[in-house]
Ligand binder design. Structure first.
Ligand SMILES: Nc1ncnc2c1ncn2[C@@H]1O[C@H](COP(=O)(O)OP(=O)(O)OP(=O)(O)O)[C@@H](O)[C@H]1O
Length: 235
């Protein structure tokens, strides 16, 4: 078995007639965190959407744990173990924190009906506000909730789109600790799109940089600095 949990082979996708991703080859090693970086509009969110099955493939294929999932629906990919925390969080505004978390259980394969306790260990604030409606939460609380809801589905691959965007520093630190925990202690594989490069470098083992719908450079965050890579790929 390959040590890549996810592999994209020659993937092109986009919106209608407009092609955004061009022949992307990309692999995510199991149990590692990878940061996907690049300027605005280069296609990072489109790459996450394509992995999640929210954008149709124009060509290529997506392999998850060695299985071709290119034709699976988003729901089927969630059940297979892929979770997306989208940009802007998208928590359910009229559901409580608890109900939002319960909705995440739908992706599970084991039929569990209760919220796993570790989510409240990672984000104690969610326990304190569990009866509050999602729409009334601060941005940081919503981000914790969106991550908690994704984790409730027991994913093997966690995709995050700019989790620090508009979030105050103390909550960014909690999110960083939580993601580090699920990667190191639970073996989860993470792909995080992030503009805040210091955060990306602290969290991720590996990076991949995009330009114009292509991955133009990838490597190890331990051997190349964020500044060097940012300079090379014109961020
Ligand atoms: N719904 C859509 N319909 C048509 N084009 C879109 C749509 N969403 C995004 N695009 C276009 O796709 C390209 C890539 O956008 P994408 O959001 O993937 O980039 P990104 O790298 O994630 O940027 P950002 O950091 O701004 O989120 C952009 O040119 C954008 O205008």
């Amino acid at each position: 078995m390959s040590d890549a949990l996810l592999r994209l082979e020659g993937v092109s996708s986009g919106y209608g007639q407009s092609r955004i991703l061009w022949d992307v080859d990309f692999a995510l090693p199991r149990g590692k965190a990878t940061a996907l970086i690049g300027r605005n509009g280069v296609g990072k969110s489109t790459l996450l959407s394509t992995i999640m099955g929210l954008r149709p493939l124009i060509s290529g294929r997506v392999l998850f744990d060695g299985r071709d999932i290119s034709r699976l629906s988003t729901h089927q990919r969630a059940r297979a173990g892929i979770a997306l925390v989208p940009q802007g969080r998208h928590v359910f505004p009229f559901l409580t924190v608890e109900e939002n978390l319960l909705s995440g259980l739908a992706a599970r394969r084991d039929g569990r009906r209760t919220i796993p306790g570790f989510i409240f260990d990672l984000f104690p604030k969610l326990d304190a506000i569990r009866h509050r409606k999602g729409g009334l939460l601060s941005g940081g609380e919503q981000q914790q909730l969106a991550i908690g809801r994704a984790l409730a589905g027991d994913p093997r691959l966690l995709l995050l789109d700019e989790p620090t965007e508009g979030i105050q520093p103390n909550v960014v630190a909690q999110i960083e600790d939580a993601l580090r925990h699920v990667r190191s202690e639970m073996g989860m594989t993470i792909l995080v799109v992030e503009q805040y490069l210091d955060f990306a470098w602290r969290l991720a083992d590996l990076y991949a940089a995009m330009q114009c719908g292509r991955i133009v450079r990838s490597g190890d965050t331990g051997t190349e600095t964020a500044d060097t890579v940012a300079h090379l790929v014109h961020i």
